[in-house]
Each structure stands twice: as C-alpha cells, then as structure tokens.
Design a protein around this ligand. Structure first.
Ligand SMILES: Cc1ncc(COP(=O)(O)O)c(C=O)c1O
Length: 419
C-alpha cells in the first residue's frame, strides 16, 4: 500500500474519525443568473423562437464545444430522444446502450418503439466495452447510445470505428460528462450527435434542460424540428403538418438565461473536479483489495462522481463492512451505484414497458428480435454493481477534504488488510 500506513483505531471501534471538518459547500447560482433572468423577462416573451436567450445559449454552447449546431431541449432524457428522432430510429430498430446508466438513456429508445440492446462494460471504467458493442450489432441496429459515465470518456474512437463499419449512428450521452476531454476533443463531439443534461444534479444546472450538438446540418434540422412537435418554423409561416410524430421538448427563455450564466462556470467546475478526482484516484492505486476507477490515457475526466470496486476476499471485508467503516470515518460512501442493471428493472424483466396487456416493443410486432431480458445478460456490469463503492466529488471540496478522504480510505484498508 502506498502512503503512510495508518494504524489508528477505526472510528467504527471508537477511534477518532479521519474526517475532522464537514465537506466544503458553496453557492451554485448568484447575481450572474439573476441578471440574465431579468433580461429574459424584459423581452416580454419566454418563447424560444421569439426571444434571444435560447439562441444565445445555443451559440455559446456550440462555440464552447467547437461544433456547428446546438439544439436545446427540456431535459437530458429529451435530448437523447431528440437525437434518436433525428437519426430516424423507429419501431423495431435496435439501439445499443449501457446497462449502467440513468433511465434517461433508454426512455427515448422505448418511446420510439425501438428495442434497447445492452452491451457489457469495461470492469473498471464502467463504460461500454467496444468488443461487446460489436458483438451486439445486428442488421436491425440503427444507433449506439454511448454513455460517458461519471465524467469519464468511454472508448469512443473505437466505438465510432465499429459504428462506421456497420453503418450505424453514434449518439453520445454526456449527461454526466461536461468538459470531459479525450485526446484533446470533448466527449460529445466524436459521434454523430452529443447529448447533455441541465438537471439539478449535474455539473451545471438550470433546474432541468438539455442540449443536443452536431456538426451535421441535416441532423441539426431534424433535431430542431423533433424537439418542437416536428413543426417547421424555418420559413415565414410555421408548418404544423408534421412529417411524423414528435414530442414538445422545447426549452424556454428562462432556462436558457440560467444556462448562459452557468456556462461561464462550467470549465472551472470541471477543472476543480478533475484535480480532486485525479488526486484521489492516484492515491488509491496499489492498495490490496481496492480496484480504482480506470480513466483512459489522454482523458481529462470531470468526475461527476468517483467509483471504485472492492475485492472482498483480498480486502478482508465485505462491501457493507467496508462502507460502514468508511462512513464512521466521516466519508459518505455509498455501497453500489444503482440497485440493478437497467435491463433487470421490472418493466424489462416482465415486458411491461407500456401499460395494458401489450408486451410492445418486445412482442415482435415490428419484427423485433429481442423478446426478453434476463439476469446474466451483461455479467461484468452485474459484477460492477455488486462490488462498487461510490464517493461524492464536488467543486467545493477543499484540499483538506481530499487529504482526509484519502486518509480515511487508507486507514480502513489498512485495518482490514492487516486484520
Ligand atoms: C447518463 C445519463 N443520461 C441521461 C440522463 C437524463 O437526464 P435528465 O435527468 O436531464 O433527463 C441522466 C440523468 O441523470 C444521466 O445521468
């Protein structure tokens, strides 16, 4: 084990907790947001097509990302649905994605009556394994929704190569990965479309909201329309005779006003999280029984959270024992990330995705190949969820928070390793 060996009594056994002060906190919103909100209200319209906040926000985000186009939406979930609509995913198509993600990555697939197919994951980056992605491609695959989990880049170049070979679209889900750089490019700019979320738990927040970015002009216009009932507002008259079904996922001017102010803060927020997360990750290398998070070479991870795995036999503790000890030291560690893989949720296991007797889209109505999901579909993802431990990362955390968190983990590991 690296670092100083701590042999003090665990806090769990009456020793002094490693964490001596509460974790740093701070204000996420301030005058900057208020100024833009007032400006938005003074326009006397909050409709995106009439005001300039959404337009300014789109330009600012597209410039920051070095892409040609940005479309705003009402959530990250909406962004992914819009991306799927733009690339033309429809009934019976298959879309490959990750089994460890928010339902928002999958909801749009299901609303298109398409079929989610889950690829297995890399054991330590928790991102999609390109080999598994390729194995899951069939002649029905229309797109791959690549999730960059926790601010950490997936093997996106490899996945894009595979997608190109098989002629399928790549949609990047960057809801958890603002300013995540890989080989000098932002995650979200490798595939055909990148999707972002502004929900309140993300690096930046506008309450709710989302963005879709692309360099492809045709996909841009399709996304723009799909986010707005497939109405065409590009001419002088609005054309409401939509070519096909699309929802209303419009962003309003107030959301964009907050978004503009938040964009001024996002690089700093991500840079701070990167420094904290990288130092934490470096300190956890080489500890018996602890398997640190894998960040690709050439990736600047913006650590939406930090996650590692425990080998219980090697560590000499169960995950529950380890987490209890860590929590007693004052580190709010969480055993696991989500309770099960997405495909193990009741709606997938029972085929009850829509209300009523239908098993749609798993009933083969549209020539769908996938009829059921079962335990064991993605063994590595299931193993990750049963052995992972999640730690919070925050831009307001201090050097002391970092030092005490590392000390707590080392202390707990040392105790169990030498028990
Ligand atoms: C990876 C991922 N994708 C999609 C979403 C959906 O975003 P939203 O909550 O804004 O709909 C989330 C949100 O938690 C997410 O973490």
């Amino acid at each position: 084990m690296k670092g100083v060996l701590k042999t003090e009594k665990l806090a769990l056994h009456g020793g002094t907790p490693a964490k001596t002060v509460p974790y740093g906190t701070g204000k996420r919103f301030g005058k900057e947001e208020l100024v833009k909100l007032e400006e938005a209200l003074n326009q006397n319209t909050l409709f995106y097509w009439h005001g300039h906040m959404v337009k300014d926000f789109c330009k600012k985000f597209a410039d920051m990302y070095g892409v040609k186009h940005c479309v705003t939406t009402s959530s990250g979930t909406a962004s992914i649905h819009v991306a799927l609509g733009a690339v033309g995913v429809g009934p019976g198509d298959e879309v490959i994605t990750s089994p460890i993600t928010d339902m928002g990555s999958v909801i749009g697939i299901l609303y298109q009556n398409a079929i989610p197919v889950f690829a297995d994951l890399d054991p330590y980056s928790f991102n999609m394994d390109p080999k598994s992605v390729e194995e899951k491609i069939t002649d029905k695959t229309k797109a791959i929704v690549v999730v960059h989990l926790a601010g950490n880049a997936a093997e996106i170049e490899e996945i894009c190569k595979i997608a190109k070979k098989h002629n399928v679209y790549v949609i990047e889900d960057c809801a958890q990965s603002y300013c995540c750089e890989y080989k000098g490019k932002y995650a979200g700019t490798f595939g055909d479309i990148g999707c972002f979320s502004l929900n309140d738990f993300k690096h930046i927040s506008a309450g709710d909201g989302g963005m879709v970015v692309t360099d492809n002009e045709e996909l841009y216009y399709k996304a723009l329309m799909f986010a707005d009932k497939n109405f065409n507002r590009l001419g002088t008259e609005v054309v409401k005779n939509a070519p096909y079904l699309a929802p209303n996922y419009r962003m309003n001017e107030l959301t964009a006003a907050v978004g503009i102010a938040q964009l001024d803060k996002v690089k700093d927020i991500c840079a701070k999280r990167n420094v904290y997360g990288d130092k934490l990750n470096a300190a956890l290398q080489g500890i018996k029984g602890l398997k640190p998070m894998k960040v690709l070479d050439d990736c600047t991870c913006s650590y939406w959270f930090y996650m590692f795995r425990i080998d219980e036999a090697e560590m000499g503790a169960t995950r529950a024992e380890f987490v209890n000890a860590l929590r007693a030291e004052g580190v709010p560690a969480q055993a696991g990330y989500m309770p099960t893989c997405v495909y193990q949720y009741d709606m997938f296991k029972n085929g009850t995705i829509y209300p009523g007797a239908t098993k749609c889209p798993l009933d083969g109505t549209y020539g769908g190949r996938v009829k059921e999901y079962k335990d064991g579909d993605c063994p590595e993802a299931e193993a990750i969820l049963s052995t992972c431990i999640k730690l919070n990362v925050n831009e307001f955390y201090t050097e002391q928070d970092l030092a005490e968190t590392i000390e707590a983990i080392q202390k707990v590991c040392n105790y169990f390793n030498n028990k």
